[in-house]
Design a protein around this ligand. Structure first.
Ligand code: FAD
Length: 363
């Protein structure tokens, strides 16, 4: 039987992981078409800006929790067996302050801050931190083994795995999703996989008004943090700001964050916010500056801004019969695009198989 021709639109973590898993089935001719590719840094391209780590905020018994759970096993395997992917294990401390309990962040982080989250039997070494190990101002905390992904290494690694699996890559900026029908490696495109992130809010044929940005500002520094990740339940600087630190694999530096500014499209670095981010980090993580606690002792590589593609109601991983043919969607992952990437891409593979099966394709 002739191989079906698929065009994946988008080369962020969602598009690349989808193309990678589809290529592993060896059943399809796959082309990835995107305006931005690994190596680019652009406000329209969220993936390079992420930390990124595995720190589930999905709620128990939801589809999102299933995606996160399934993704853990893939990321764990990469950290253990494929260190060249830029994924490594790192202990992750989640620290809670009582005064954050009514905040929007605490609501968003409800499961993560719980002493008994759904993922405690998924990640290794989950435990509650003894009170004498908590710093001043912290009332409770948990710790578990997680992973930190050096996105500057990981995105090109994913691309290389796709190329190895026969995937073709093309640069193009689409006005309408159906433009993809002319961009396959074969004349007839059987199916489009839509992984356009925030672009799904503007792309013709999709224009999903539920998709909005949540602006995240970060600082990448050369300083290390004693090999652990730290995340706080909130800050004293308002609900839209956050405090987290993680050290990337293979010399990638340490990411300090951050912010979660919903509806804010501003691509420029806010230098006052950057200063607050650094101040909070040196206070929460004295190891960063050898105990000096001074922002001036941070050795900055770069400041950055990315827009998380949030979708009200959750990510969209589903098939849609459009007048031009079948589309499988995989977008709207908000702040969880890496930690849900394999679960969602496995969903894409299942949907593509359904759509290309004789029964469904006649619908
Ligand atoms: P993108 O990476 O934005 O990719 C979209 C792709 O679609 C691009 O290739 C783009 O060019 C293409 N595209 C869009 N429109 C068009 C068009 N019209 N024509 C052609 N191509 C188009 N997630 C985690 O799991 N863990 C973390 O620790 C984490 N930390 C984060 C920290 C920050 C500061 C930010 C900003 C995000 C963070 N995230 C994290 C979230 C994560 O980065 C996103 O969920 C993820 O990158 C989204 O990936 P994506 O592939 O859907 O979108």
């Amino acid at each position: 039987m002739a191989q079906k021709n698929i065009v994946v639109v988008g080369a962020g973590v969602a598009g690349l992981t989808s193309a990678y898993l589809l290529s592993q089935t060896r059943q399809y001719n796959i082309t990835v078409v995107a305006k931005h590719m690994p190596g680019d840094y652009d406000i329209e391209y969220a993936s390079p800006w992420a930390g990124a780590n595995y720190m589930p905020v999905s709620l128990r018994d939801t589809k999102a929790a299933e995606w996160d759970r399934d993704t853990w096993y893939a990321l764990e395997d990469l950290a253990r067996n494929r260190p060249e992917s830029g994924v490594h294990f790192q202990e992750c401390e989640i620290l809670s302050r009582d005064k954050d309990s009514q905040s929007a962040t605490a609501e968003w982080f409800a499961e993560l801050l719980s002493p008994s989250p759904w993922f405690k039997h998924v990640v290794p070494n989950f435990r509650i931190l003894p009170t004498d190990k908590l710093g001043s101002g912290i009332q409770s905390g948990t710790i578990f083994t997680s992973v930190c992904i050096n996105t500057a290494i990981y995105l090109p690694w994913l691309l290389s795995q796709c190329v190895k699996g026969g995937v073709t890559f093309k640069r193009a900026s689409l006005e309408d999703l159906t433009d993809a029908l002319a961009l396959g490696s074969q004349e007839k495109v059987d199916l489009i996989v839509n992984c356009t992130g925030l672009g799904a809010s503007k792309l013709g044929g999709v224009r999903d008004t539920a998709v909005v940005p949540a602006r995240g500002q970060i600082v990448l520094v050369r300083n290390g943090n004693g090999g652990k990740m730290v995340n706080l339940s909130g800050t004293d600087d308002g609900d839209q700001e956050a405090c987290y630190v993680m050290t990337r694999a293979v010399g990638g530096g340490t990411i300090i964050g951050g912010s979660y500014q919903k509806g804010d499209w501003n691509p420029e670095v806010d230098h006052e916010l950057a200063h607050r981010i650094m101040q909070r980090a040196v206070k929460a993580c004295p190891d960063l500056t050898g105990g000096s606690g001074k922002v001036e002792d941070l050795d900055v590589i770069r400041h950055g801004v990315g827009l998380r593609p949030v979708r009200e109601g959750g990510a969209r991983v589903e098939r849609e019969r459009m007048s031009s043919g079948w589309v499988v969607h995989n977008y709207g992952h908000g702040g969880a695009g890496y930690q849900s990437s394999y679960g969602c891409a496995q969903g894409v593979v299942r949907l593509v198989k359904e759509v290309t099966s004789a029964k469904v394709s006649k619908l």
